[in-house]
Ligand binder design. Sequence first.
Ligand code: ADP
Length: 352
Amino acid sequence: MKDPGLTLDDVSAAYGKTPVLRGIDLAVDRGELLVVLGPSGAGKSTVLRVVAGLEPVTAGRIHIAGRDVTADRPGRRNVSMVFQSYALFPHLTVADNIAFGLEVRDTPRAVARERARAAAETVGCAALLDRRPGQLSGGERQRVALARALAREPEVFLLDEPLSNLDLALRTEMRTELRALHDRLGATMVHVTHDQTEALVLADRIAVLRDGRIEQVGTPDAIWRTPASAFVARFVGSPAMNLLPAAGPFAPSGTAPPGLAGAGELQIGFRPGAVTLGPADGAADGVAAVVDRLEVVGEDAYAYLTTDGGQPVVVRVPADRRPARGAAVRATVRWADVHVFHAGSGLRYPPS
Ligand code: ADP
């Protein structure tokens, strides 16, 4: 077992009578960057808030670096949180903003100043120390918020959608920087996002959250290749994985997994890139379909088909080999590229 940086054991939380977290089990290794991914309202921020001590748990225990902090007030937990809104004081300079958290903890002013300068240096905002937040761009404010978290030298960093207020180019750049910063510091980080690309790029492991429950925890590769449920399969990947009734007219080619018949009602899933398009009078496998709509995104094109059985299927093809709108085609997919899920529970079949 690796060194535990942070563990949540069967943690539940509620706002009033409404349950928000329902038995969360999560172990983040020391030095790991874990991304909590899920749709809006899934409870991602609440996970961070219970770890920080900003919300109480209704059940379960939280340990930070092996110490039970469940009953500790926020100031004693040794975590730093970075918010989407940055939460900088507008009337303080960057230097004072970064040093603020240290000075309220009785760190001598000169020491706080030096740590603030060093933190600013680390995240590349040392030239801004005398400015006020109003004189900074969004990206610069984000750096200051990170520097403030860093200066406190916490056991765990909690990052709540820290990149989502930035424009796409900056978000992509800061994402890479954040990962580099993590690797340089060897810090334990929990990063919350609803952006699946951000999760795939940043994470050592991803925890997918849905309705206050963890649906799957795994490396980005595992989440992509062996999604534990239809929900995970469709949440990660854009356009989303196609999902059709296994008993429908879409027959994948090759050998079906053993035991498929008799396993109850199943669905098959396959990513848009797993489908091959051919002429309508082609192979016996697959299904006849018509191209309803095309989206061309640089080198890729997405063809939105309706099958003969009336089912929608999205296909990714190279833009220079895309079919025409309205074309009759035949879509095939190999069993090797098919994921199978139980229709009712949505769980992967067979479970991996
Ligand atoms: P996420 O970060 O995944 O978007 P949150 O953790 O912010 O989700 O919220 C989870 C659920 O709790 C949502 O349904 C949200 O409406 C509700 N919620 C969040 N904060 C409060 C609050 N202060 N009071 C009541 N309900 C809240």
